[in-house]
Design a protein around this ligand. Sequence first.
Ligand SMILES: NC(=O)c1ccc[n+]([C@@H]2O[C@H](COP(=O)([O-])OP(=O)(O)OC[C@H]3O[C@@H](n4cnc5c(N)ncnc54)[C@H](O)[C@@H]3O)[C@@H](O)[C@H]2O)c1
Ligand SMILES: N[C@H](CO)Cc1c[nH]c[nH+]1
Ligand SMILES: [Zn+2]
Length: 428
Amino acid sequence: MKIFKYPDKNLWPEILKRPSKDFSELESIVQEVFEQIKNEGDKALLNFTKKFDGVNLQEIEVSKEEIENAERLVSEQLKAAIQLAKNNIRKFHSSQAIKEEEIETIEGVRCWRKAVPIDKVGLYIPGGTAPLFSTVLMLGIPAKIAGCKEIILCTPPNVNGEIHPAILYTASLIGINKIYKLGGTQAIGAMHLGTECVPKVYKIFGPGNQYVTAAKQVANKFGTAIDMPAGPSEVLIVADQTANPAYVAADLLSQAEHGADSQVLLITYHEKLIEEVEKELSKQLEVLPRRDIANEALENSRTILVKDQEEALEIINEYAPEHLIVSNEDENFFVEHVKNAGSVFLGNYTPESAGDYASGTNHTLPTNGFAKAYSGVSLDSFLKKITFQRISEQGISKLGPAIEVMAEAEELMAHKNAVSIRLKDLNF
Ligand SMILES: NC(=O)c1ccc[n+]([C@@H]2O[C@H](COP(=O)([O-])OP(=O)(O)OC[C@H]3O[C@@H](n4cnc5c(N)ncnc54)[C@H](O)[C@@H]3O)[C@@H](O)[C@H]2O)c1
Ligand SMILES: N[C@H](CO)Cc1c[nH]c[nH+]1
Ligand SMILES: [Zn+2]
């Protein structure tokens, strides 16, 4: 990790740059893929799967037999862990169902909102370099709680044209059976446009690499809703003398191993920690199976020595990390003042992996600075809120004159008349 000691504030933008590809380059690749899917449907999906995933698929949709077989291929130990995670994620997301009150804004004018599930949703489960079956829980559980009617799932096949059994098992466990062997841009294009085999959806969810994320952004530009840009994983750790260097290094590596384009940051005002963490990183890296990926990610990563926690906070809010870990004596300072972060992990015994798998919070989170404006996936992501209102005779007599004045001022006389006609009938 590159080390910066007390960098001048005008250097922050350069230091805090993400290692992402140029969006316009990605966008033109995506548009080409989408164009072919629009013209050739499933045929294009098969061609792109051959090109990008190196496999000649016979069928795009996963068969019933494949789903049934998967159950036998997952160990009882893993099934029990998935069940525990499922319970916690369900508990946390169910608690997000809040019924809003009906409000009387003025006498006779009643307004309320009703949450309605999005009928057709598409879930993307990453599988390029690791089979992220935990993402099935993170997206499928809130979709089910919300009551979405049609839930489809896309995930890339391996070179033998298979999907990892844990992905199939988890999907089936939560009642998702429409599964397609599609990854990357072609998966997002299929759910955005619809083909002979893959139904078009109203909203696309899920994390993925830069191709997946750019494809979701392009789909969004052309009319399909998305959860948020949830690209290459990142973590920022703010740590002082109370942090354990071995834990800090382990947490940094946990996100670095996701992909070469991941980025991890350590911010500290305790200079001694830097060397201790560096030592731990080298030690722990040695035994990691994905050390080459993690090593590359560490090249894009930074350690920044700052003067105090106020300066650390400024960097955090500027960077807007996907994950923020606080290993700091005065934890409350960050709890109170953090404005931009996807998900926050407090204390020495709260590894970020807990949120990735099993504590209950959602791991589909905004990256690349999008935490400045977006939240992570929650139950709300799968719902729309419709507003309702009912106005009584008394209500329109009270509200009507103000509407008439405003409509006239906007020079919209038909608007005014829709009120006047009623007020006249009421002899008002
Ligand atoms: N932000 C979040 O909430 C979150 C959560 C989990 C994972 N992630 C991220 O998801 C990503 C998973 O990435 P992955 O690659 O392992 O799996 P992936 O499923 O996202 O992507 C694999 C697909 O990428 C496509 N692809 C690969 N190289 C390509 C190229 N040169 N041109 C066009 N398409 C190409 C292929 O079609 C392949 O199927 C990681 O970056 C990880 O950090 C983010
Ligand atoms: N850390 C990822 C989100 O950036 C989620 C994940 C899934 N499995 C392991 N990790
Ligand atoms: Zn992770």
